[in-house]
Design a protein around this ligand. Structure first.
Ligand code: TPP
Ligand code: MG
Length: 337
């Protein structure tokens, strides 16, 4: 498997490395808290955690510029936090409260932020892929130089609409990066059982779309590949990043996880954890002390605990809200760039 890794002696500042550590830790602790609130019955419906996959969004956000867009599936909390959405608003939405990004009416899978150029949160597998190409089409039409990160899973990669989208994106040279988050499982089905080829990104070759496989447990490798993909997409059209990653938790909170062994998960946690490896780089490079890292941990826990308190204190939406936000009341004449 030709997976791109970053060099062991990274050309990266202590500050940058510390930021990646902090951003990945925020996602991890936020997701752990969401898991707890789910267990307490404070979050209803579906809830798909991102634990294990943090380096993917953090690495790619490091390659994005202001105004670039992102769209993803239902496993979306990490994407929202990584692009700068407010943890309070995300947690309040998970708990179905008024202070949430969709006023408590969307839940885990249906959040949106025009301000942060985050276009959801989609519950239908692969449905966001043509939408991502559509966002890229709009940017190309406006000539604003923006790119769209269109995230989807290894399971979604077996959907027909992905290939209809590849065709049009290649034909029109749309500024889109197709990010396949290959976490090796689609719900309860491993990639080996469901997918004819191990290297999903190679399917782009049939459409003339270049791409590569990337080590998704290495945030620096993801960032490097992301920068290359962004440069390509801005000038020449679509690019595919198949990011090999792993989810530690079940598919959703209601997954008995009988399709893999505990040992497999433990091995990944012990040997490949993306946060632990940045921690090691920080300590071994003398960029941070144990105390510095403890202070970051404390700071992150505070943010996450505050988001849980905010969510619990925010009221449920009023009954009248059932009748709002159903139809668009305004049609934008000229959307901003
Ligand atoms: C069109 C459609 N078919 C089936 C489902 C049920 N479903 C939800 S997630 C999922 C698996 C997707 O796996 P993958 O794309 O690898 O993403 P991951 O959950 O691993 O992030 C399935 C089959 C759905 N939501 N939509
Ligand atoms: Mg998957």
């Amino acid at each position: 498997m030709a997976v791109k890794k970053s060099s062991k002696k990274p050309n990266v500042s202590a500050e940058e490395l510390t930021n990646y550590y902090r951003d990945m830790l925020l996602i991890r602790r936020f997701e752990e808290k969401a898991g707890q609130l789910y267990g307490m019955g404070l979050i209803g419906g579906f809830c798909h955690l991102y634990i294990g996959q943090e380096a993917v969004v953090v690495g790619l956000e490091a390659a994005a510029e202001e105004g670039d867009k992102r769209v993803t599936s239902y496993r979306d909390h990490g994407h929202m936090l990584a692009c700068g959405m407010d943890p309070n608003g995300v947690m309040a939405e998970l708990t179905g409260r008024e202070g949430g990004y969709s006023k408590g009416k969307g839940g885990s899978m249906h959040m949106f932020s025009k301000e942060k150029h985050f276009y959801g949160g989609h519950g239908i597998v692969a449905a966001q892929v043509p939408l991502g190409a559509g966002l890229a089409f709009a940017d190309q039409y406006k000539g604003n130089g923006r790119v769209t990160f269109t995230y989807f899973g290894d399971g979604a990669a077996n959907q027909g609409q992905v290939y209809e989208t590849f065709n049009m994106a290649a034909l029109w040279k749309l500024p889109v990066i197709f990010v396949i988050e290959n976490n090796q499982y689609a719900m309860g089905t491993s990639q080996q059982r469901s997918t004819s080829s191990a290297e999903i990104w190679e399917r782009g070759k049939a459409f003339g779309i270049p791409g590569e496989a990337v080590d998704g447990m290495d945030v620096l490798a993801v960032k490097e590949a992301g920068q290359k993909a962004v440069a390509h997409a801005r000038e020449n059209g679509p690019y595919i990043l198949e990011i090999k990653t792993y989810r530690y938790r079940g598919h959703s909170m209601s997954d008995p996880a009988k399709y893999r062994t505990r040992e497999e998960v433990q091995k990944m946690r012990d040997e490949r954890d993306p946060i632990e490896s940045v921690r090691t780089l920080l300590l071994e490079g003398n960029h941070a002390s144990e105390d510095d890292l403890k202070a970051i941990d404390k700071e992150i826990k505070k943010i996450v605990n505050e988001s849980a308190d905010f969510a619990k204190e925010s009221p449920e939406p009023a009954l009248e809200e059932l009748w709002t936000d159903i139809y668009a009341t305004e049609v934008p004449q000229e959307a901003e760039a």
